[in-house]
Design a protein. Structure first.
Length: 197
């Protein structure tokens, strides 16, 4: 299932490159977030307010103005990146913040977090995914929240749509079997018991 165009033009910046930027340079900041398995991202332009090592990056959004120090802790926040220009959506994993905010109540009770991460990391919304596999969104949400069980044909559709391997499918839908090994026929490979002397 194709999700985003493959036209990457922006480039991630290193700490050294950010330190070398002159005053008032505009760069882009993005953050990838995980909310109960739903991977979503935001991005916005920021400006070099004070250049050099221990300088300041300044930005703002609906929540107000913020600043980040240009030091060894700049990249400490997980999922935080800085770019030389606006990154294309295909360069950042996850659905957009706007897509995420469109239906926030649906994300609270998800129990199949690995499945929702597999879907949204690809930049695919639940609406688009449900249309692709031929399932209503309500039915899909009832299943990922554990209100109803997935049926075998639905598992096959999801597996095919996401191009999952046997191990990935087991890990997503049957985590209680994690670490177990199977042969090419699907038979459990049991570890040999230690020899008794």
């Amino acid at each position: 299932m194709e999700n985003k165009e493959k036209t990457a033009t922006a480039r991630k910046l290193t700490l050294e490159e950010i330190e070398a930027l002159p005053f008032a340079s505009v760069i882009w900041m993005s953050s990838t977030n995980n909310d109960n398995g739903v991977i979503w991202t935001w991005k916005l332009p920021v400006v070099i307010g004070c250049p050099g090592t221990y300088g300041i990056i300044v930005g703002g959004n609906d929540d107000g103005i913020f600043e980040r120090y240009i030091d060894e802790h700049l990249f400490d926040a997980p999922g935080l990146c800085f770019w030389d220009s606006e990154p294309d959506d295909s360069q950042i994993p996850g659905i957009t913040e706007e897509e995420y905010n469109a239906t926030p109540d649906e994300y609270e009770d998800i129990v199949f977090t690995k499945l929702t991460a597999e879907i949204t990391t690809r930049g695919i919304t639940f609406d688009r995914f449900c249309k692709h596999i031929g399932m209503s969104k309500k039915r899909f949400m009832d299943k990922v929240t554990g209100k109803k069980e997935f049926m075998q044909p639905e598992l096959v559709s999801i597996r095919c749509a996401l191009n999952l391997t046997d191990d990935e499918t087991r890990d997503i839908f049957f985590p209680e079997f994690e670490g177990m090994k199977y042969d090419s026929r699907g038979t459990l490979i049991k570890e040999a018991s230690p020899a008794q002397i």
